[in-house]
Write a protein that binds this ligand. Structure first.
Ligand SMILES: NC(=O)C1=CN([C@@H]2O[C@H](COP(=O)(O)OP(=O)(O)OC[C@H]3O[C@@H](n4cnc5c(N)ncnc54)[C@H](O)[C@@H]3O)[C@@H](O)[C@H]2O)C=CC1
Ligand SMILES: N[C@@H](CC=O)C(=O)O
Ligand code: NA
Length: 429
């Protein structure tokens, strides 16, 4: 059998530990598939003494993580530390500059520096691979880069954050509290080091910017992704959505059209009949619409040790086989800058929720704001039950431009009757 592919692992947490376990458990199978053994030769993490339940004595421990980049016995570095900048980025730059392959699960770094790293990899003729960075174990990067390569993609969207989906589905199924479920997701290893990245939609926005680049041949543009997470979604919204035949899901959506490239992460109402409504727990799902293949649905485990490590090892197998191409599906030099599309132009139905004082004239005030902004109301529900002494009013709008809904909400800003920020959620069409 050919010479082993020699790997250095930077980071030995949930994902790094998982990579060692996958390589140990499936060693022979992986060697046969890869055409040669894949051997971890060097490792580095912050804490050498932590018990990870793995025998690490067989690997060379390197204190200075950045030294892995030019380690004489290493062909590929797998970076499983995290963080958009700092040691992960230093390591990525140094590894590619040293002419070695680089595998990462780090969507934050790719969203911010993916173009620079792709240019460096292409210049060096080295692989830069990141299947684990988007939708964990689902081979969606491979699916879009390779399987759907013949197609023009019109739209790519889906559930891209396991932590949020886990929280929303537990809130829905068990009526549990947001904070309590977040703690459980953290204990299961799904959440980011800073879980606000998950719940505020930033992690999903990182992933969406990577997917959009591959789908549309554009430079990754994280700054163009409007992101709102699930922090403001109440149990009452989930119940209201269910009564309306929908589930609440955090959806990242990128769409290319005559007005430019639209990229947004936002909680949506998803109709029961849509496949995304049936994605529960930390599962992710991505829909890509191609002009010849039609609608593709990729679904599977989006986070956690086993699925994420599986994707990292799949990248290592590709590298061992010599199978790699431009990281973002086309050479960095031919990626284009997409014009960000104006969200106000988008048309759709929406769910609006207000917490209001239960007094005469409140509904009339809300209805007048809708009328004046040109928003047509399909249904309006006022619930007798109160949350913090307020009454919930939920509106479903007819299809119309988002600009009008934004104007209606602006008209209601500062109203004495409406408590706090109203919640607006598009209805997935
Ligand atoms: N946990 C998950 O389900 C998924 C994680 N990812 C990504 O994988 C990467 C790793 O995530 P986890 O394993 O969950 O994180 P983790 O927090 O469990 O592990 C991070 C590891 O990096 C090490 N580390 C931290 N700072 C370091 C430094 N300065 N130098 C050397 N090592 C350092 C820590 O000691 C630890 O071993 C992140 O980029 C994350 O976004 C991607 C998909 C899923
Ligand atoms: N924190 C992320 C981990 C995988 O990318 C998530 O919850 O999806
Ligand atoms: Na993936």
């Amino acid at each position: 059998m050919a010479k082993a592919l020699r790997v250095a692992l930077a980071g030995l947490g949930t994902v790094g530990g998982g990579v060692i376990r996958v390589l140990d458990a499936n060693r022979d199978l992986i060697a046969r598939r890869a055409g040669r053994p894949i051997e971890v030769v060097a490792i580095s993490a912050r804490d050498r003494t932590r018990d990870r339940g793995i025998d690490l004595s067989r690997f060379e421990w390197v204190d200075d993580t950045s030294a892995l980049a030019a380690h004489p016995d290493v062909d590929v570095v797998a970076e499983l530390i995290g963080g958009s900048d700092g040691p992960a980025l230093t390591l990525a730059r140094a590894t590619l500059a040293a002419g070695r392959g680089f595998v990462t699960a780090n969507k934050a770094m790719l969203a911010h520096h993916g173009l620079e790293l792709a240019e460096a990899a292409e210049k060096a003729g080295c692989p830069l691979k990141f299947e684990a960075a988007v939708a964990g174990g689902i081979p969606v990067i491979k699916g879009l880069r390779e399987g759907a390569a013949a197609n023009e993609i019109g739209r790519v969207y889906g559930i891209l954050n396991g932590t949020c989906n886990f929280i929303l589905s537990k809130m829905e199924a068990e009526g549990r509290d947001f904070a309590e479920v977040l703690t459980e997701a953290q204990a299961l290893g799904f959440a980011e080091a800073d879980p606000t990245f998950d719940i505020d939609g930033i992690d999903a926005a990182h992933k969406l910017s990577i997917l959009a680049s591959i789908a549309f041949g554009t430079r990754p543009a994280f700054g163009d992704v409007a992101a709102q997470g699930i922090r403001h979604v109440l149990g009452a919204d989930i119940a209201e959505a269910a009564a309306l035949g929908h589930r609440v899901r955090l959806v990242g959506l990128a769409e290319s059209g005559p007005n430019g490239l639209f990229q947004r992460v936002h909680p949506h109402l998803v109709p029961f009949h849509h496949p995304l409504a049936h994605v529960t727990g930390s599962t992710n799902a991505v829909v890509a619409e191609g002009n010849f293949v039609g609608r593709l649905l990729f679904q599977g485990p989006g986070a956690g040790e086993g699925p994420t490590a599986s994707a990292v090892v799949a990248d290592l197998i590709d590298i061992a086989r010599g199978e790699f191409g431009p990281p973002f599906a086309m050479p960095a030099a031919v990626l284009t800058d997409a014009k960000p599309a104006d969200s106000g132009e988008r048309r759709g139905r929406a769910y609006l929720r207000f917490m209001v004082e239960d007094r005469v004239g409140v509904l009339a005030e809300i209805a007048a704001a809708m009328r004046d902004a040109g928003v047509s109301i399909e249904s309006l529900i006022q619930r007798g039950a109160t949350v913090d002494d307020r009454v919930l009013v939920a509106i479903v709008t007819h299809e119309g431009p988002e600009r009008c809904v934004a104007q209606a909400l602006e008209r209601l800003r500062g109203s004495q009757s409406v408590a706090g920020q109203p919640l607006w959620m598009p209805i997935l069409g």
